[in-house]
Design a protein around this ligand. Sequence first.
Ligand SMILES: Nc1ccn([C@@H]2O[C@H](COP(=O)(O)O)[C@@H](O)[C@H]2O)c(=O)n1
Length: 596
Amino acid sequence: AQPGSPSPVPAKLRDLQWGKLNFLHTTDTHGWLGGHLQEASYSADWGDYVSFVTQMRRKAESQDADLLVIDTGDRVEGNGLYDSSDPKGKYLYDILKQQDIDVMSSGNHELYKQNTSEAEFLTNVPNFQGSYLASNIDIYDPQSGKLVALGPRYKKFTTKNQAIRIVAFGFLFDFTGNYNNTKVQPVEETVREDWFQEAIRETEVDLFLVVGHVPLRSQEYQAVYNAVRRLHPDVPIQFFGGHLHVRDYARYDTKSSGLASGRFMETIGFLSIDNVKSSNPVFSRRYIDNNLFSYHHHAGLDEATFPTEHGKNVSRMIQEARHALDLDMVHGCAPRDLWVSRTPYPSSDSIYSWLENEVLPQSLRDPLRNNTPALAISNTGAIRFDIFKGPFTQDSIYNMSPFTSGFRYIKDVPLKTAKRLVWLLNRETKIFTESEHQNYCPLGPPEKCAHDLDIETRRYTPINSELKRREQIVLSPEVEQDPQVLPGYTTIDDAGNDGDDTIHSSISFYDVPNVLQTLIVPETTLSAKENTSTEPSTVDLVYVDFIEPYIALAAKFSGLHVELPRDSDVYMSGTSLTELILGWIKDNWRCDKTFI
Ligand SMILES: Nc1ccn([C@@H]2O[C@H](COP(=O)(O)O)[C@@H](O)[C@H]2O)c(=O)n1
């Protein structure tokens, strides 16, 4: 673990049920390779995980079993270790490659920007040669300019100890937000390609392994499942998925299942299959809290015997990178916790209410607009993580707001129309079912998307259906706090409610809107007449530039006749949402002696 990170608190643990074939799975790590420096439950770093994999491989060997290590993408964007370096990822790729990963795939975050997908193609794919699969992604090779596969489409291999013959694929969901240097083929089309049809016609196979940055209960995985099952009614299929940032386990039939392992290095997913080659395979899953207490327990080792030299070196690499990036530099001290979804919105503890009521009204102003009133909009998904009371560091800003998005505006928009546009964006369904931009909740945080898909009740609500909007829903009521049981994940999945390795009390989850909004009306701009209603008749409609395609769409439905980007312009040129928030924090959150 990194120096200064909290030690894990001993807790009641559920054991792993090993099989002859076992997997460890990470997904949506988003650069959190240093672990969580403010949360004891998730305080192990990538170096500890390197040690854990080594020790678990030894344990597998001793039982004549196999262990495969999987990662399903979104390794970038979301933490200072990736986002704060120039170029981005300067330290991350070398740290990542220290892990011995057997099968991996790309996420959507690897493809939003040209430089990220090119780094993937030129650095990460070669670093993980033989493991990195790209069944439905092509990229324009920056050297030749030719469209080529990002990586091999699939691979066949046989495990070392049990000689299990595996055909593996690596998918990304039907993502449409990628930069134009990559092409993502919808999974439903990929499964009709000749190469895929040939691959699944393999007869010498004991298991199909489908890894991907794809929600488990999705039309994409349904398509893969249908294609394989049509030809192989009896061969086990194991899926690994991600993107929604939740722990989830799905049973598709008696011989197939899917595991999703959370987000941000909070969770290491464990899955075992026993009797893979028989007519009665046995599946077992566990979500391991990413901390040393859990690692020691599951490896059967202690503080002295657990760490490997390699693992310790990787922890040192992270420490040096964090030091070079000054990630512990304190910008201010947060006077209270601010939550993404642990508290109702709006409320005084909601990070979105804080942005709407304090940060944006006090900071968002373009001097070139001469105090013109503005209705400002940001997607809630732009804010990725909670703020904890106490020191707010260089790391914290990227954990909370990692993206580079700036602002744009449309002038002279009737306030009534602007408000209708916001209403439409938050109502979501009509707009997105008719949109080529449809994908999993493109505006809100991914956890909201899981909530909308009813993951916690294990019902898949097709995204195309008219989702009934719900009021704030408490998913799991607060329980009396048992002093030995700390709050944390209490997952319900298709195998029941005993998947988490650590026994926790539950944390409440509250839904959030797609976009937050704030009306910014400088006192002096109101005419005497308007002053009576305190609302201007027209405003600058200001928005985070990432959501411009959705603004364009909502404008169409709300009677705002604009063509974007032609009719919009940059607002506060050179200022990103992240910089705006950081500036406010530096000005407003002084550290007094109670924090030091
Ligand atoms: N530049 C960006 C990129 C993404 N977002 C938000 O993140 C959400 C997707 O996150 P995943 O980790 O699940 O891929 C997306 O819905 C956007 O809300 C953003 O704001 N800016």
